[in-house]
Ligand binder design. Structure first.
Ligand code: WTA
Length: 633
């Protein structure tokens, strides 16, 4: 990729200018020179943001797994592709060479085929971070099935909603999952989900914890039974550039999760190019992203980005705190990790433990550190820089979204200097812009505005599965002819961006997007609840935590019990990540005269910014605000 290695500020400027002045020429050459195609495109880009239509590399034919696996098997079959580090450090790690990985993927692909899965079918994957998760994802891509990975911390209702939405006919899961000291029975959750779905899905069961599970012989198939009969090779299905590669659900501001659809070619080109350059991955490096493949970060920067570059990528099953808080650093030392990519919430949790856990670990292999998922605060940045990076590793604060497929704003080691708490500069091809409320461009520096992108990049999501109108409404309606990110940002005098957070009803808790609406829907199902509003408030470790203001239908004595029931309900409907840290019962919620809940006021109260409430005299019920302040937690 040498022409496309961004190794100096001059090179960045040169490529950036090319990518903006002649985007089609730029991406066409890059795609042509760096990937294997069965057929080239007839048109590089077709787009109309007004209709939320984007298509890249029209009529091109390819299979992403040929680019991620076969071509590397040809060049360096024994090179390690994936290192699997188990939850328990006493269990032996496993590594898979490119050639072994291809075989595993082909076997899994043949198993899926034997179960009747075909191109275009949706396959729901509900697995822990075990090698079979990677095999399953890539096996779907191999045969052209559309994978929909659901994070294995989601509840049965959340899983069911996702299965139903994309009409997935098969669910790949495991008996259980190890998380630190805990074992979670995933199969049971899948059984419950399928009970809710009431349709006839098949289940492919992978063994991990070996605990006993219910087997429904008509529906459940054991991987170990099916895999013995299949071939070691499976031809790659030839896909159209714009065929869907996967669906990944993300929260929105209404109750229903949005199934973001990514397609084969553009996604491959952009994740591959960004991976190589943002992490400055050199041949032979060991790269580790601690995310779960259930989120976009895992899709793009554990699997597709690294593998398309022939890199060695680590999959970690465990948690940072087990057996103790040195776990991450032990793993860095064990494999000599060169690039380490994690979330601010993990950094804050680790920083809270002090530095003793780092002391005996050799971190000298580290060259580049990365963060993703939420704004990183200065303190956490400094701790990461000083103790993990030994003031010697650039930190790439990478801003992007499930919808964007790949990193859009980030510093680049030795090219674009990092600046604490700033994601810094748009990546090649990314035309970022800040707008005011009325959609006017904020051209001056040192301003805060709404972050939009005004030109397509190859890995932008193409639609919301089954609901293109919602895709238009959510991302392309706020500002004409722009993609609106939903984030606010500040731009300094040098053009560096700092993301200030969401400007809509999505709250980022521990780096995970949580829409307020689905949580409120879950709470409102409690028989005693009349109304509720959820807002975020600053939290030392999670970044934001959730504060619920809840009005009951009638007075009740056992408020603590009700609070527990509400959190249980949330766990059940969405998952434990969405539990409320604070619950305040109120006699009413502040509303406008048209009946809209004034979340801004509740947000300020939750953040203890009582002097900043603005004019409340125009509310329908101004008195309720005083009561809420007096009783606030
Ligand atoms: C937030 C994760 C500040 C942002 C890849 C975005 C960030 C949402 C950063 C997307 C960052 C992500 N700095 N905020 N470096 N990275 N965000 O879809 O609000 O899970 O819109 O994708 O996370 O979260 P998602």
């Amino acid at each position: 990729m040498s022409r496309y290695n961004i190794d100096s500020p001059e090179k960045y400027s040169q490529l950036y200018i090319e990518s903006v002045n002649e985007p089609e020429v730029f991406w066409s050459e890059l795609a042509s020179n760096n990937f294997l195609w069965e057929a080239k495109w007839s048109k590089v880009l077709d787009w109309d943001f007004r209709k939320a239509k984007v298509s890249w590399f029209k009529d091109a034919k390819l299979n992403i797994t040929i680019n991620c696996l076969d071509r590397h098997v040809k060049n360096h079959p024994t090179k390690t592709a994936i290192i699997f580090e188990p939850n328990n450090p006493d269990e032996e790690y496993k590594s898979y060479s490119y050639s072994e990985l291809l075989t595993e993927v082909c076997k899994m692909a043949n198993v899926l085929k034997s179960m009747g899965v075909k191109k275009g079918d949706r396959v729901c994957i509900y697995l822990p971070m075990i090698p079979e998760l990677a095999f399953s994802v890539l096996a779907c891509a191999r045969i052209g099935a559309i994978h929909s990975v659901v994070f294995a911390g989601f509840s049965s209702s959340a899983l069911a909603a996702r299965i139903v939405d994309c009409k997935s006919g098969i669910i790949i899961t495991s008996d259980g999952s190890y998380r630190g000291k805990k074992i979670l029975n995933l199969k049971k959750i899948v059984d419950e989900a399928l009970e809710i779905c009431k349709s006839d899905q098949k289940v492919l069961l992978v063994k991990r914890t070996n605990e006993s599970v219910n087997i429904n012989s008509k529906r459940d198939f054991l991987l170990e039974d099916l895999i013995v009969d299949v071939d070691n090779f499976c031809d790659a299905e030839i896909m159209d550039a714009e065929d869907p590669l996967f669906i990944l659900y993300t929260s929105g501001s209404t109750g229903k999760p949005k199934g973001m659809v990514h397609t084969c070619a553009g996604y491959m080109v952009y994740t591959s190019f960004t991976f190589k350059n943002v992490f400055q991955y050199d041949d032979g490096d060991i790269y580790w992203c601690t995310a779960d493949i259930g989120w976009i970060t895992g899709h793009s920067y554990i699997l597709y980005g690294p593998l398309s570059n022939g890199a060695t990528t680590i999959m970690f099953e465990g948690v940072p705190s087990f057996p103790d808080y040195s776990r991450f650093w032990q793993v860095v030392e064990k494999f000599g990790v060169n690039q380490f990519y994690t979330a601010p919430t993990a950094i804050r949790a680790l920083a809270k433990q002090g530095t003793s856990f780092l002391k005996n670990c050799d971190l000298s292999s580290l060259k580049v550190l990365g963060t993703v998922g939420e704004p990183i605060n200065l303190e956490a940045w400094q701790w990461y820089n000083k103790y993990v990076g030994r003031s010697n590793c650039p930190i790439v604060d990478t801003w992007w979204q499930t919808e964007t497929g790949g990193i859009l704003i980030s510093s680049i080691p030795k090219v674009i200097p990092d600046k604490p708490t700033f994601a810094t500069k748009p990546f090649i091809g990314i035309q970022a812009i800040l707008l005011d409320e009325n959609g006017n461009e904020l051209k001056e520096f040192n301003t805060v505005g709404k972050l939009c992108i005004q030109y397509p990049w190859p890995s932008i999501a193409r639609t919301i599965w089954g609901d293109h109108k919602r895709y238009i409404d959510t991302y392309f309606s706020a500002f004409e002819n722009k993609y609106f990110t939903g984030d606010g940002a500040f731009k300094d005098k040098d053009g560096n961006y700092r993301i200030t957070g969401r400007v809509d009803d999505v709250i980022i808790v521990s780096g995970h997007n949580l829409g307020t609406a689905p949580i409120e829907d879950a709470i409102n199902e409690h028989e005693l609840v009349a109304e509720s509003a959820i807002v975020g408030f600053p939290h030392q470790i999670k970044g934001n935590a959730l504060y619920g203001f809840i009005t009951l239908k009638q007075e009740h004595e056992n408020i603590d019990d009700i609070k527990k029931e509400i959190n249980l309900l949330i766990s059940k409907k969405i998952g434990p990540i969405a539990k409320l840290d604070k619950i305040q019962m109120t006699n009413g919620l502040p509303k406008t005269r048209s009946g809209k809940i004034m979340r801004r006021i509740l947000r300020n109260i939750a953040s203890k910014e009582f002097d900043n409430l603005g004019d409340i005299s125009t509310l329908l019920n101004p008195d309720v605000v005083k009561e809420i302040i007096d009783n606030s937690l």
